[in-house]
Design a binder for this molecule. Structure first.
Ligand code: ZN
Length: 163
């Protein structure tokens, strides 16, 4: 069986940036599971998965436009500190939350002044080419319920609260 539409793929991955720094790894836990063709993972990685077999290992480098997009300078803003919520002390290099029309959004804090702070609401991985080292662990047909929900269930997939 190889990766195709409406299959649930379990895989381990290591994510590196352009400098080769390891940003994320699934190796310390269970493999991640996703429903192929449902947009559960970034587009460039989903494309690279197509047609691969169980047990296969490969490396895929994904351009920003097929990962987290390009940086948008308009998302770098100076805001009054009273609009920011930080887990600890507000400091440059840390993160904070701001209330937006779409709900709470995490931003990176660039600079903190007396009344204002400069924050960057771009995704931390925006503008970067990302390299995924992937090992496909398992491929199976999705259930009708998974296809209806648009995501994988079970280990490594989506968990619903008990009803
Ligand atoms: Zn579901």
């Amino acid at each position: 069986m190889s990766v195709a539409q409406d299959q649930v793929v379990s895989f381990h991955y290591e994510l590196k940036n352009e400098s080769g720094d390891l940003l994320e790894s699934s190796r310390n836990g269970e493999p991640m599971a996703y429903l192929h063709g449902a947009g559960n993972i970034i587009p460039g990685l989903e494309k690279a998965m197509l047609g691969k077999g169980a047990g296969e290992r490969f490396s895929a480098t994904v351009a920003p436009e097929e990962a987290y997009g390009h940086r948008n300078d308009a998302l770098v803003q100076r805001l009054p500190i009273k609009y920011l919520r930080a887990p600890g002390k507000l400091k440059a290099g840390g993160v904070a939350l701001i209330q937006t029309r779409e709900g709470m959004r995490q931003v990176q804090v660039i600079k903190v002044g007396r009344f204002h702070a400069d924050v960057d609401a771009n995704h931390p991985l925006a503008g970067q080419a990302l390299t995924f080292d992937v090992e496909i662990v398992d491929i199976r047909a999705a259930s009708a319920e998974e296809i209806a929900h648009g995501h994988a269930h079970g280990p490594g997939g989506h968990h619903h609260e008990e009803e």
